[in-house]
Design a protein around this ligand. Structure first.
Ligand code: DX5
Ligand code: ZN
Length: 219
């Protein structure tokens, strides 16, 4: 199995010092997770393309962009053009996920599909060959600092079984409430990419927190 990826979420960082906050995990983080919210798909508002474009120059860490927005077709390719490594949009917001995934790959990015808390995984399993990443929310999308929902790991396990059976190269990413006390069970269920906001940026030493999390995911 590929080695686990830890992606600190800058949603939990100081937005006035984003470049410094990203550099604080340089050398430790595999990806930087960027939560884009539009106050329509979720009842919260964060940052958009101009901030990602500017931040891209501040670090060499690959960007994992998580679009919690309506009309992802209108915006997602712009993030690929801005140099994002992976661009993930929500299944609930897209009427043709496979077509958008193709566009993202054509624009040079990995394509990710996100599944929110109340969405079952089964209807989407057959789409997975078109995607590089599957993001399973382990909370309801919209806010950091929520409590991990263990029942979401059934979706992770189902997706991992499906990916194995089909010999798919698929990263399965979990997002929400990932911390020292939850990451191992998520890894055991089949996740191999781990978003952590609060657990990284509320730590005294964010880089050390990332390394510790990766160690717990690898066992
Ligand atoms: C919430 C975001 C998450 C958030 C996770 O909708 O998608 O990426 O930053 O925050 P924690 O790790 O604090 O649960
Ligand atoms: Zn996220």
């Amino acid at each position: 199995a590929p080695s686990p990826v830890v992606a600190p979420s800058i949603l939990a960082a100081d937005f006035a010092r984003l470049a410094d906050e990203v550099r604080a995990v340089e050398g430790a983080a595999d990806w930087i997770h960027v939560d884009v919210m539009d106050n329509h798909f979720v009842p919260n508002l964060t940052i958009g393309l101009p901030v990602v474009q500017s931040l891209r120059a501040a670090t060499t860490i690959p960007f994992d962009v998580h679009l919690m927005i309506e009309e992802p077709r209108r915006w997602a390719p712009g993030y690929a053009d801005a140099g994002a490594y992976n661009v993930t949009f929500h299944a609930e917001a897209s009427d043709n996920p496979v077509s958008l995934a193709k566009d993202l790959r054509a624009a040079g990015a990995k394509a990710g599909l996100a599944i929110d808390r109340d969405t079952p995984i089964e209807p989407y399993l057959e789409l997975l060959p078109s995607f590089d990443t599957l993001l399973i929310m382990t909370i309801k999308a919209g806010f950091g600092g929520q409590k991990f929902i263990p029942a979401m790991l059934d979706k992770v396990a189902a997706a991992r079984r499906h990916a194995k059976a089909g010999h798919l190269e698929l990263r399965i990413e979990v997002d929400g409430g990932i911390a020292e006390d939850t990451i191992a069970e998520a890894a055991a269920a089949g996740a191999d990419a781990f978003v952590a906001g609060t657990a990284v940026y509320s730590a005294q030493d964010p880089a050390e927190a990332v390394r510790k999390l990766r160690g717990l995911a690898a066992r």
